[in-house]
Design a binder for this molecule. Sequence first.
Ligand code: PXP
Length: 249
Amino acid sequence: MELGVNIDHIATLRNARGEDFPSPVYAAFIVLETGASNVTCHLREDRRHIRDNDVRIISELTKRLNLEMSADEEIVKIALDIMPRSVTIVPEKRKELTTEGGLDVAADIKRYKGITDEFKFKSADSIISAFIEADLKQVEAAGEAGFNFIEIHTGRYAGETTEAGRAKELARIKGAVEYALKIGLNVNAGHGLNYKNIYDIALIEGFVEFNIGFSIISKAVFNGLETAVKEMLGIIKTAEFAKFQQTKK
Ligand code: PXP
């Protein structure tokens, strides 16, 4: 089982001050060099975090980009131009804080088939994934629409607060994974996964990759804060010492 790390929130931080750091490109290299298999970025229609140039550079330099994107015509055009290692089609609403729910592939198989055909036409071994609920109807529709991967939305599982609720969700996810494998789809999972809830999901047989963002970037802030403060203090103390040496001359 592999890990794809979503680095959107590195870009959120960069954009907050209009600077060119922290750089999502640098983050992509750290993530990959540390052992993750892929780096995920969501190029949202409103470009609230990751921007066009980020995805172009990350895809070109790492060849390990999983581009999360809506089925919007403009975004599809950009993705077809960049041809990242993989694309994951997600539903997207302007005002949402993060992706809410899975894609309703069953509602418009023809439209999604048109998109998967375009990617396959450009490259026969395109990896095209549909982000869907653990719902057999959606799994089946994803297969009919020509996706070769699905990413099961684990948000509902992550939001469960009771043992019984979690067990029910895990069983639903397990059923969807089994059905997807039976009809020849590869299966990823993601959304809301964190250091507490990943273990039980990872016990389920059949997943290729987990896509995790918010919990990892949040953990990185606190894991790195001590080092960052120490480094800054070190420089200030060194300057203090240099001034002290000057006064002694
Ligand atoms: N997978 C998909 C399709 C997503 O939309 C997101 C959120 O951008 C993730 C995985 C990562 O979710 P989280 O940030 O909650 O780990």
